[in-house]
Design a protein around this ligand. Structure first.
Ligand SMILES: *Cc1c(COP(=O)(O)O)cnc(C)c1O
Length: 432
């Protein structure tokens, strides 16, 4: 008796699509979602007690692996002290101090409960601080599901976007301009047309919601220059990349290539909560002081800075600051990506892959794509075959070709070797 199937049937009767977040439903790849019974280190076990090597890690937060002893201890201790107070706590101050210490562009920070909330609040802040309404986002970047961000490109640069979800009135996205990622000419044209009305440009600096696509250094350089020149704020959505691609996030990676580089507002989530509902946005004091109760931009939350979540986040951030942590994680991730590339080459499968820190992406394409339309050239039946081949062999990657993957500090060389040899067998079957 397959318990995943039984649970999915029960779930579908009560929860739309059987899931509480759409990509979990395996709609793109087909088949039955695995219901997780428990997890430890690099593994989780499904309802049938089958073990998987986990390359999702809750979509990024579990950078230490599941059930890290120091984090479990911190959470247990915090839970005994109380779940939520609706009044400030010392741990919120400690977490703010950690964030400000690790991310030089942030002088002040506000804690919230999800990446969606953080991105939505950051945009309200950018609009409130500049007194402008319009914003730029890029096709293929995800910033949570706030109405104004569920938008696809309009019919030209003079027209603004169209909603990508039912229930979002066109008027709500009329200020959102959607551009192609890594397209400098289009970016320049958009600023020439709308620069004086732009509150902000929001970007995933290394996009993890169209698999794994880096903003090129020339493109990022122009994003920064044009924002500065036109008085728009550069909003870095580092919900996925923050504390994941490097201790200082993707902005520290770009700062190495672009001297003095800083975004104006940063949005954090995922790793910052270590698996608990926690996210944040922050930036320079002059911008952050527009927030209530100091300023006129309203923003609030019953569970914001939750005491158990902040304990989990603090314990996680403490571990990832240990000497050599990111070097080890980056080397492990690199060895996985190299091993997969070699296995694909040995089986004559068109393949390209990239990684930064503990985040990676691979494509069944001969060259790394630079934007969303290029990512979508992937042959999806072939990706689905790869996904299910790996799943059968106990390797769990994202059930959609437009998602990044994550390695944790708990993945051992033998886990990575097992993954590469499973992938080699599946690659062989792809061409059979
Ligand atoms: C996950 C994600 C979000 C949304 O975060 P939630 O916690 O799921 O609301 C926003 N931006 C990026 C870049 C993300 O990866």
């Amino acid at each position: 008796m397959d318990k995943n199937e039984m649970l999915f049937e029960r779930a579908k009767a009560l929860i739309p699509g059987g899931v509480n977040s759409p990509v979990r439903a395996f709609k793109a790849v087909g088949g039955t979602p695995r219901f997780v019974a428990r997890a430890q280190g690099a593994y989780f076990w499904d309802a049938n007690d089958k073990r998987y090597i986990d390359y999702i890690g809750s979509w990024g937060p579990m950078i230490l692996g599941h059930g890290h002893p120091a984090v479990v201890e911190a959470v247990q201790k915090a839970a005994l002290e109380g779940f939520s107070f609706g009044a400030p706590t010392e741990r919120e101050v400690e977490l703010a101090e950690e964030i400000v210490k690790l991310v030089p562009s942030i002088e002040m920070v506000r804690l919230v409960s999800s990446g969606t909330e953080a991105a939505m609040s950051a945009i309200r802040l950018a609009r409130g601080a500049t007194g402008r309404s319009k914003l730029i986002k890029f096709e293929g970047c995800y910033h949570g599901h706030a109405d104004a961000l569920l938008v696809k490109a309009g019919s030209g640069l003079a027209t603004f976007g169209n909603p990508t979800s039912a229930g979002v009135p066109p008027e709500v996205v009329q200020h959102t301009l959607v551009l192609e990622y890594n397209n400098v000419a289009q970016l320049e044209e958009a600023f020439a047309l709308h620069g004086k009305d732009l509150a902000c440009l929001v970007i995933e600096p290394i996009a993890g919601n169209m698999n794994f696509v880096r903003a090129s250094v020339p493109f990022m350089t122009r994003c920064r220059e044009l924002c500065t020149q036109h008085g728009a704020l550069l909003v870095f959505d580092e919900v996925m990349t923050g504390f994941r691609v490097a201790l200082g996030g993707a902005q520290s990676v770009y700062a190495k290539a672009i001297p003095g580089f800083k975004p104006d507002i940063s949005v954090m989530g995922k790793v910052i909560g270590g698996g608990m509902p926690l996210a944040a946005f922050g930036g320079p004091r002059a911008v952050m002081e527009h927030l209530a109760p100091l300023g006129p931009v309203y923003q609030a939350g019953t569970l914001s800075g939750n005491p158990v979540a902040t304990a989990c986040g603090l314990a996680t951030l403490k571990e990832i600051q240990k000497p050599g942590f990111f070097d080890g994680l980056a080397a492990a991730t690199r060895s996985l990506v190299d091993g997969l590339s070699q296995a694909a080459a040995a089986e004559s499968v068109a393949f390209s892959a990239d990684c930064e820190g503990g985040m990676f992406g691979f494509f069944l394409l001969p060259e790394l794509p630079q934007n969303y339309p290029a990512v979508m050239k992937t042959d999806s039946p072939r990706f689905n075959q790869l996904f299910h081949g790996l799943l059968d062999r106990g390797i769990y990657i994202a059930p959609a070709l437009y998602e990044a993957g994550f390695v944790s500090a708990a993945h051992t060389p033998s886990d990575l070797a097992e993954t590469i040899s499973a992938a080699k067998a599946v690659f062989a079957s792809l061409n059979a």
